[in-house]
Design a protein around this ligand. Sequence first.
Ligand SMILES: Nc1ncnc2c1ncn2[C@@H]1O[C@H](COP(=O)(O)OP(=O)(O)OP(=O)(O)O)[C@@H](O)[C@H]1O
Ligand SMILES: [Mg+2]
Length: 497
Amino acid sequence: MSEHGRKFELLADLGALIASEVELDALLAMFASRVATAMGADRATLWLVDGATGELRSGVATALDDELRLPAGRGLAGHVAATGAVVNLADAPGDPRWAPELDRKTGYQTRSVLAVPVVRAGAPIAVIQVLNKRGGAFTAADEEFAAVLAEQIARALEYTSLRSGPGGVAVRGRFNHVIGRSAAMRAIYDLVVRAAATDATVLVRGETGTGKGLIARAIHVNSARVDGPLVAVDCTTLPAGLVESELFGHERGAYTGADSRVIGKVEAAAGGTLFLDEIGELPLELQGKLLRFVQERRFERVGGRDSLEADVRLVAATNRDLAELVRAGQFRSDLYYRLRVVELELPPLRARADDIGDLADHFATLYARKYRRTDVRISDDARAALIAHPWPGNVRELEHAIERAVVLAPDGIIDEDALALADVDPPDEIESAPVRTTATRAAVGPIADVTLPGDLTLDEVERRWAREAVTRAGGNQSAAARALGISRNKLTRLLRG
Ligand SMILES: Nc1ncnc2c1ncn2[C@@H]1O[C@H](COP(=O)(O)OP(=O)(O)OP(=O)(O)O)[C@@H](O)[C@H]1O
Ligand SMILES: [Mg+2]
């Protein structure tokens, strides 16, 4: 492909590139290599201006050894960030503004340099610096291309969790907390970024443990409301009678015991995002009230007469089949259609096995740090076993499996035994095998082959069975209750014993 073709392709790909990368540092590295290739140069760096200090940084990870830094105003990139001017030099080391320490640190030999500012609201927030054009110096056409690229980058950075403060970018760390590079997840990131750019209501669907909470958060942090609150309401944990007051608040004296005015989550979320988790469990009586709020953003506090307004973006999540609930008369169809303006369906983990390795490494690192283990490594056999496992509890189940393995792994190697995938999280005291039972309901995968001692009372069997179901459902009690074919309240009673 011609240089012109490569440049054009890079511009066309930029949006998808930004949407697809999980870690900001990975994004910057990927971006740099694409820019260098497209421009027929040897290397490129996207320097980020730290809004607080004016310092330039080549990455955002706090403990990255190969991250480079330049004090404010230092070097060619510093000059560009400070003045907003373009610098194009055929022989950079001969220039008085050149900072030789970077080449000294990296062992690299810079000759030609093109550096252009990425400007937002009149101030440079980053600098694109390209090094060593093959065959000589950067041309006027290169300068023009870099300027267009800088404009696109300025726009694209608005969608990352890098947020500009006065005078530059405040470096916030990760792009967001979602791991996974499978095509299915990339498509989700793309939708998240596009939905986040609007105020549209989003319905996030997916089996238990697929990361619905994480995606709701990603929508919030990638939206213009990022500096506002993200308020979550879990529609399962609330006793029906209290849901209304929890959502909309109540006035003093609204009911016995209401001795002061309390604002609801809707009001608390004003200016930000309201996350309605497990929306499928919202009692029918309240669905009408929520519908009114969804349509008009108006509500009343319990016991109050004033019609109030709250400016919130709504994200709802459920692992239930809402269409089915609508057919069964348990969910209002008008509310359903209002909620699913944008619908995101998170794939189950078994449908994106190519993410399992990344996720396992991520959790291994996370829990190694938490439990102060060094050098935790996953063996090849264990890796193969992880990929073969069906993961009915999805990412949450994987997370628990890795956490347990990190704790139990001798000498930091997670092998197949440490994973104990055949019987994930058996309830503590269960050993021998007199009673053997197999569950039939498959909502969270079969509860296979739980073994219990023979001398248990029926109550005790029920309690252990319930605990196992919760474990199998990755800790999600609603899913466990469904798998057992009992109500959530009944499950709660069983668990208490
Ligand atoms: N793609 C991912 N990358 C990293 N961590 C993830 C990912 N998906 C899920 N997790 C982790 O797995 C756990 C479960 O995720 P989350 O609570 O968002 O699932 P959920 O879909 O809301 O489940 P439920 O329906 O049971 O509420 C969390 O600890 C979350 O951080
Ligand atoms: Mg959840």
